[in-house]
Design a protein around this ligand. Structure first.
Ligand SMILES: NC(=O)c1ccc[n+]([C@@H]2O[C@H](COP(=O)([O-])OP(=O)(O)OC[C@H]3O[C@@H](n4cnc5c(N)ncnc54)[C@H](O)[C@@H]3O)[C@@H](O)[C@H]2O)c1
Ligand SMILES: [Zn+2]
Ligand SMILES: [Zn+2]
Length: 394
């Protein structure tokens, strides 16, 4: 089959690789019809190379048609339409039972001290072959796939794999009061969708911040007040306090993560780590503080005293410097982590079949054949050609 594979920094290719096979009785094989490229894939493309091997199959936002199931699978059957969550989670352990699928005890990557395995995401997360491919092996066939209805296009449902539950969790963890306010830092797919969900759930004041004109324009179209970071390099906190009763918003969602614009020294550290051999760079990146923390610092400054910061952007450094005095003194509540995809599906699914209040149809700016993955990664990373969200179709 054809699959998108990692070959080095900014080097992904479409290779021919062996088809996946049923390995365990509860496995399913899914023929992928649509599969997204995530902002998290850009971290693989750019800075997380030391944790990948050449030929790793990328992708964790797939949906498709069940092609084959193992003898132990009773809950789905060939021909059914399914979306696959990015967490590889068993659905039955202590963690899964309480909706913490990102901490699944059956798939935790204990060798690296990490939580649940993920599709298509580095050795730290189990090096599981990903979903930017013609076929995907899906374990836990009875509990992991999300069966979705026929009759509506793939773009209605594909975001159940990641963008929608991730953004839903970002808003949920932000704990915004009904008549309250939230600032969303970053208006990529995750921040944009978080802002839409906050609006949909009745939050009065939603302010989005980014530095890419078309991302700002698109959020504005959805009723979000926007601020261009380029115009507020030094006074973003002041301006936002002015817009929120002088105190700052009740919550800030960090939908940027480790590659934030505006952290020059950490950018150099990331680039230097990229030049070292993997055996040296990997432990260095795990032990040192290599994240670009500009967005998190902004969040700490902006949020009101006693407010909540919901960090949904991905971070990875172990000794990142944080202003603990300010965090303590402002009594900031921090909620962080990988999305628990399956947990939020029952809340979201009705919004996809009954009208389209979140605007998932048309959310992708580009839908391209799988063969064009190298160009797709490039324009998404460089924010060229108006690329905000890209779907690939094998
Ligand atoms: N926690 C999870 O489960 C989970 C799931 C999916 C994605 N993510 C993470 O969420 C983040 C966003 O993902 P995405 O797909 O939207 O990616 P993206 O790269 O398209 O979006 C990031 C946006 O942040 C903007 N930005 C950069 N620096 C900024 C700054 N200092 N202030 C404000 N905005 C800034 C960029 O211009 C860009 O529009 C990534 O870190 C990704 O890895 C996390
Ligand atoms: Zn993702
Ligand atoms: Zn589990």
């Amino acid at each position: 089959m054809k699959a998108v594979t990692w070959h080095g920094k900014r080097d992904v290719r479409v290779d021919t690789v062996p088809d996946p096979k049923i390995e365990d009785p509860t496995d399913a094989i899914v023929r992928i019809t649509t599969t997204g490229i995530c902002g998290s894939d850009l971290h693989l493309y750019e800075v997380l190379g030391p944790f990948l091997s050449e030929g790793d199959i990328l992708g964790h936002e797939p949906m498709g048609i069940v092609e084959e199931v193992g003898p132990g699978v009773t809950e789905i059957h060939p021909g059914q339409r399914v979306v696959i969550p990015f967490n590889v989670s068993c659905g039955t352990c202590f963690m899964c039972a309480q909706g913490l699928q990102s901490q699944c005890e059956t798939t935790q990557v204990r060798d690296h001290g990490m939580g649940a395995a993920l599709f298509g995401y580095t050795k730290l997360y189990g090096q599981v072959p990903g979903g930017q491919a013609e076929y995907l092996r899906v374990p836990f066939g009875n509990t992991l796939p999300i069966v979705v209805p026929e009759g509506l296009p793939d773009e209605r449902f594909v975001y159940l794999s990641d963008v929608l539950p991730t953004a839903w969790q970002a808003v949920e963890y932000a704990g915004i009061p009904k008549d309250g306010s939230v600032v969303v830092l970053g208006l990529g797919p995750i921040g944009d969708m978080s802002a839409r969900i906050a609006r949909h759930r009745g939050v009065q004041r939603v302010i989005g911040v980014d530095l890419v004109p078309e991302r700002l324009a698109r959020a504005r179209l959805h009723g979000i007040d926007v601020l261009d970071l380029r115009e507020h390099q030094d006074d973003l906190g002041e301006v936002i306090r002015g817009m929120t009763g002088g105190r700052g918003p009740d919550a800030v969602i960090d939908a940027v993560g480790m590659e934030a614009h505006g952290s020059p020294s950490a950018k150099i550290a990331q680039q230097m780590a990229g030049l070292l051999p993997d055996a040296v760079a990997a432990p260095l990146m795990q032990q040192a503080g290599v994240d670009r923390l500009n967005a998190l610092y902004l969040a700490i400054d902006i949020v009101r005293r006693g407010g909540t910061i919901s960090v949904i952007g991905v971070y990875g450094g172990m000794t990142d410097p944080l202003p603990m005095l300010t965090i303590f003194d402002k009594q900031i509540q921090l909620r962080v982590g990988q999305a628990n995809v399956r947990r939020w599906v029952p809340d979201i699914l009705p919004l996809l079949t009954d009208g389209d209040p979140l605007g998932v149809e048309g959310f992708a700016t580009h839908t391209l054949p799988l063969d064009q993955a190298p160009q797709a990664y490039e324009i998404f990373q460089k924010k060229q050609d108006g690329a905000i969200k890209i779907l690939l179709q094998p």
